[in-house]
Design a protein. Structure first.
Length: 164
């Protein structure tokens, strides 16, 4: 099967922040492109026993962006969503969920850049530990990549589209 959504990995190597941001952005883009051209029904289609959907993955990652970058890095109490589950709230359209993710990404990028040095500690401790912003970026990159893989499988099941 031909890969129809393949894009090259980033070649950024201009410093720690540049490289880290390039790979985090790449992972986010991989998730988002899996939603391209799909209907509301396809985005919400349950194809695995766990009930995971493409739209649910995007919703989960939106909440995770807010928790890790808005709450922990930027120190905004209001960005702690509590539950970061995959169940899309009733009444939320796919357009709204996708727009929320884009908004969360922009806010996250601003929080990362505001921190300046990735070695800086987070503003709000993670389970009692003030990890570095670097740790949060690495954690969210791995979380996003993991879910991008899930999205790859779901998209292939929906219409055969493959690629990273």
């Amino acid at each position: 099967m031909a890969e129809t959504q393949r894009r090259p990995v980033p070649r950024n190597d201009g410093g720690e922040l540049d490289t880290a941001m390039a790979f985090l952005s790449f992972a986010r883009d991989c998730v988002m492109k899996k939603t391209d051209g799909l209907t509301e029904e396809q985005l919400r289609r349950v194809l695995v026993e766990s009930g995971t959907t493409l739209l649910g993955l995007v919703h989960h990652l939106t909440l995770a962006e807010r928790l890790w970058f808005g709450h922990h890095v930027a120190g905004r109490e209001s960005d702690d969503p509590g539950d970061v589950g995959m169940e899309v709230p009733a009444g939320r359209t796919s357009e709204q969920v996708l727009a929320d993710y884009r908004t969360a990404i922009a806010a996250s990028d601003a929080a990362i850049r505001s921190a300046g040095d990735l070695a800086e500690p987070v503003a709000i401790a993670v389970a009692g530990t003030f990890h570095s912003v670097r740790w949060v970026v690495a954690h969210m990159t791995s979380e996003t990549v993991r879910h991008a893989g899930h999205a790859d499988i779901l998209r292939e099941q929906i219409d055969g589209t493959t690629g990273r």
